[in-house]
Design a protein around this ligand. Structure first.
Ligand code: ADP
Ligand code: ASP
Ligand code: MG
Length: 406
């Protein structure tokens, strides 16, 4: 007997027929003697519609109330699955975030799970129930409903799996595993059978939305075995596991593309100590995380400073930048939203050189201009114009020998 946490994403619960399909899978695991905790997303498109509805109500929806609204998407699917299972004669019980004991900090819209008290779920399992949990939500210490950021049901599932010490956390989605790149952009993408937490984490951070970044952090920290697989087939998917020695022989294992960043440049900033702090402190105080930063050397005691933020934070970051530029007596502030960040990722980069030059040559061969570059031990990222994003992904996929043999 195993304890399985199964998470089903939006497409997998898009309508009643698909929720019935989920019920079939859950039932199968339960019938073979496993204990099953199911974590559900909202039906696909529902979270977007709820955000649009809130924006119709007011231009700047209050964050606390927006979370109350968004949490209803997952409340709906959890109730529907539990009632379908019950109608088939199974013992099942739905749990909202607070009932599942998911305690978060107070950051509405992108709350972090602080701890989980799984007592209610455990009791339900002991009583022979299938526990059905609404993903993406928790409560803060004052009892307010919070949500975990887009794609947050992945994190709910991994966190619950870790807390229950489950044998596996299965992430059922609309692709049959983690691929060398987004299979919807590149049809020669290959399925990866095993990927290390570290590589998966970089891929998630850099835009492969198949797993939310926080879920991979959790899995890595608590060693949760994660199996990413399709809810529409029986095929084995991708196991996300600890690094093993054979993994290092692969130099580049994946390519990602992130369209969710925007660029801000402050021209002619005084080139003196303390200036960067004056720019980035107010951004940090506004809880805006800055990704890439580039400072050019210029003559005449001035420099240009460029950085990127997520598109969600762009308007606020722009406002702060205008204000700071004025205070510093800097030049104009230039902004660009139509950018993409393409990245190559691989554990083998730790011990191999030449990856950067292959990347730059491949982009140059398609006449794609690189605007910003950043690197870490196991990845290289380049910011380019958004219109070249898909071409860049396919070109890099071929350049690093990742194309599937046809
Ligand atoms: P769910 O609703 O099940 O959570 P998501 O849309 O969040 O599903 O994530 C699955 C999607 O992630 C796929 O449809 C695919 O387009 C995208 N994706 C991006 N990069 C990758 C990758 N490297 N491997 C697999 N899927 C990827
Ligand atoms: N429903 C939320 C979203 O669309 C959370 C999730 O699906 O994981 O982002
Ligand atoms: Mg998702």
């Amino acid at each position: 007997m195993a304890l399985r946490v199964q998470k089903y994403g939006g497409t997998s619960v898009a309508d009643i027929k698909r929720i019935n399909n989920v019920a079939d899978r859950v039932r199968k695991a339960y019938d073979q003697g496993d204990e099953v905790v199911v974590v559900l997303s909202a039906m696909s498109g529902v979270t977007d519609s709820l955000i649009a509805l809130a924006e119709q109500a007011t231009k700047t929806p209050d964050k606390r109330e927006l979370d109350v609204l968004l949490a209803t998407g997952e409340q709906t699917t959890a109730a529907l699955l539990a009632m379908i299972l019950k109608s088939r004669g199974y013992k099942a019980k739905s749990f909202l975030g607070f009932q599942a004991g998911i305690h978060t900090d107070k950051t509405s819209g992108k709350a972090r799970i602080m701890n989980i008290d799984c007592q209610n779920i455990q009791q339900a399992l002991e009583d022979g129930h299938i526990a059905v949990v609404a993903g993406f939500q928790g409560t803060d210490k004052d009892g307010a409903i919070t949500t975990l950021g887009r794609g947050g049901s992945d994190t709910s599932a991994v966190a619950i799996a870790s807390s229950l010490k489950a044998d596996v956390c299965e992430i059922f989605t609309d692709v049959d595993g983690v691929y060398t790149t987004d299979p919807r952009i590149c049809n020669s993408a290959k399925k990866i059978n095993r990927i290390s937490y570290e590589e998966m984490l970089e891929m998630a951070i850099l835009g492969a939305r198949v797993l939310q970044t926080r879920s991979v952090e959790f899995a890595k920290k608590y060693n949760v075995p994660v199996h990413v697989r399709s809810s529409f087939s029986e095929e084995e998917g991708t196991m996300v596991v600890n690094e093993s020695s054979d993994m290092e022989s692969v130099i580049v294992s994946g390519i990602t593309c992130d369209m969710n960043e925007a660029r801000i440049t402050l021209k002619r900033v005084p080139d003196q100590p303390g200036v960067s702090a004056k720019i980035f402190t107010p951004l940090a105080e506004a809880e805006i995380s800055v990704d890439m930063i580039i400072q050019n050397t210029r003559s005449g005691g001035e420099t240009d400073l460029t950085f990127t933020v997520t598109k969600d934070d762009f308007e606020r970051a722009k406002e702060i930048s205008y204000k700071v530029a004025k205070e510093l007596g800097a030049g104009e502030v230039l902004t660009a939203k139509e950018i993409a960040k393409v990245s190559v990722i691989g554990l083998g980069m730790k011990s191999h050189s030449g990856v950067a030059s292959t990347m730059f040559q491949a982009l140059a061969s398609e006449n794609i201009n690189i605007r910003l570059i950043s690197t870490s031990e196991i990845r290289i990222s380049c910011v380019i114009l958004a219109k070249y994003a898909e071409l860049a992904v396919r070109t890099l996929h071929t350049a690093f020998g990742l194309d599937q043999e046809k």
